[in-house]
Write a protein of this length. Structure first.
Ligand SMILES: Nc1ncnc2c1ncn2[C@@H]1O[C@H](COP(=O)(O)OP(=O)(O)OP(=O)(O)O)[C@@H](O)[C@H]1O
Length: 436
């Protein structure tokens, strides 16, 4: 067992260490001195220095390695020791999109479950149906060598009978349905929950009613239940919410300029109108090979116009928008994930958090604005985070078509303190260069 540095921030564990050895080192270094500490760490560096996931259930390690994970990301390296500690530690954690937060808390949930107990012990709430299903998929994949652990989805459409009891140890759902399962249908006992995860806290509070529902759920849980909250961004409102949800937390937080990943290159293109933006898009497609792309538009009308134009050009296009029922949306995302369509055109909210590995380019056909027409930095971050997943390189291209959208771009640039470079889409050589 080689341990380079025993300071909490820099704890490095190397492959081939026995799980029990690791555990005892973790206990003696991380947890004995102070129960509460915070860390700030750099971005985009998957370092390669930490080589093992701390674990002791062989079925779970098998699942982790079976997913092709052989080293943890920075957030996993930092958060897992706290999440897996005894006694359980509470955690508020921020990490950029696509850096492995979901995988981290899924591993924590799976490791805390007692499979012989046939009741719900771990509860994860997600802001949308799609995200709940996506997280469930990770549970299924990671837990596939651990079949004793079962999963249920507390989402709209999953009809349950009042008074029946949920035997699944892990429940993933959206806040409204989870509340119904607790209160109206009495399907599970909140007092038996040992791990509570709130995922995508920033998206959660942006959805009407979810904030209050989340707080109501949290209040029903036992005092010693482990509370974990994750978010890609931490505006003040998210932070206040997080503190209400997670008492006495350990905190992992990023500096503002670390919020955008260095692995995602950001550009803007100057255009005059939507037709002009479309021809810039065609030039980009003509110059570089794009595995899969996501294109964000401000309105459904523009999104469907663009989908029509791109289809005429021979692209396989999928359109995702808010007016679709959730099952339709899930089906569109699934087809895109399977690579049946190469382009996904969408409006704002429903595409947050979607994890599709092959997305190499994100295009903001329209820059993100909040409901008052101001720059929406959080949404920008979520959108560009659909590419550059897990240390891969990604490209984000913003279409600017007015003085106002230029102002929006400048404001976003200033907010994240990251340069967004100009791209001339008439110059094919230049486009080719940025893709390399
Ligand atoms: N240790 C690992 N090694 C290799 N790949 C990993 C590892 N952890 C996660 N991944 C993969 O990286 C991608 C992003 O992971 P994940 O969805 O957990 O990120 P996230 O931070 O939750 O993203 P978001 O904030 O967008 O929801 C997924 O495809 C996942 O399978």
């Amino acid at each position: 067992m080689r341990l380079k540095n025993t300071c909490t921030k820099d704890l490095r564990l190397f492959l081939h260490a026995e799980p029990l050895q690791i555990l005892s080192i973790l206990r003696s270094t991380l947890f004995s001195s102070s129960r509460r500490f915070s860390m700030v760490f750099g971005s985009g560096d998957f370092g390669g220095h930490c080589q093992i996931l701390i674990h002791w259930k062989p079925q779970l390690l098998q699942g982790v390695y079976g997913m092709g994970f052989n080293r943890p990301s920075k957030i996993q390296e930092n958060a897992l020791p706290m999440m897996l500690a005894e006694p359980p530690q509470n955690l508020i954690a921020q990490s950029q999109s696509g850096t492995g937060k979901t995988a981290a808390f899924v591993l924590a949930m799976l490791s805390h479950v007692n499979p012989t107990n046939k009741w719900t012990q771990c509860l994860c709430i997600s802001p949308t149906y799609e995200l709940a299903l996506q997280t469930g998929k990770v549970v299924e994949q990671m837990g596939r060598f651990y079949p004793e652990v079962k999963l249920a989805y507390a989402v709209r459409g999953n009809k349950m009978e009042r008074g029946s009891k949920i035997q699944e140890q892990i429940v993933i759902g959206t806040p409204g349905t989870v509340l119904d399962w607790f209160l109206k249908l009495k399907l599970m006992d909140p007092k038996k929950i040992r791990v509570f995860v709130l995922d995508e806290a920033d998206v959660m509070i942006a959805t009407q009613g979810h904030q209050d529902q989340s707080i109501r759920i949290q209040r029903m849980l036992p005092k010693d239940c482990q509370m974990l909250l994750f978010s890609a961004t931490f505006e003040d409102s998210v932070w206040k919410f997080a503190e209400r949800i997670v008492p006495d937390p350990n905190v992992i937080k990023l500096k503002r300029e670390e919020e955008t990943l260095d692995t995602i290159k950001q550009y803007y293109v100057l255009c005059n109108n939507k037709e002009d933006k479309f021809s810039a898009l065609c030039n980009i497609y003509g110059a570089i090979t794009i595995a899969q792309a996501m294109i964000f538009c401000h309105t459904r009308k523009i999104a469907s116009w663009l989908a029509g134009q791109m289809s005429k050009e021979g692209h396989q296009v999928a359109l995702l928008s808010g007016e679709m029922v959730i099952e339709q949306r899930a089906a569109v995302i699934e087809r895109f994930r399977e690579g049946k369509e190469k382009v996904l055109i969408t409006t704002n909210v429903c595409a947050r958090g979607i994890d599709v590995e092959q997305v190499s380019v994100v295009i903001n056909f329209d820059l993100p604005l909040d409901k008052d027409g101001n720059p929406d930095n959080e949404t920008y971050l979520h959108r560009i985070g659909r590419t550059g997943r897990f240390g891969k390189r990604g490209l984000a291209i913003n279409m600017v078509d007015s003085d106002h959208s230029m102002d929006v771009l400048k404001a976003i640039e200033k907010h994240f303190n990251k340069k967004i470079l100009k791209l001339d889409t008439d110059d094919l050589d230049e486009i080719e260069k940025i893709a390399n």
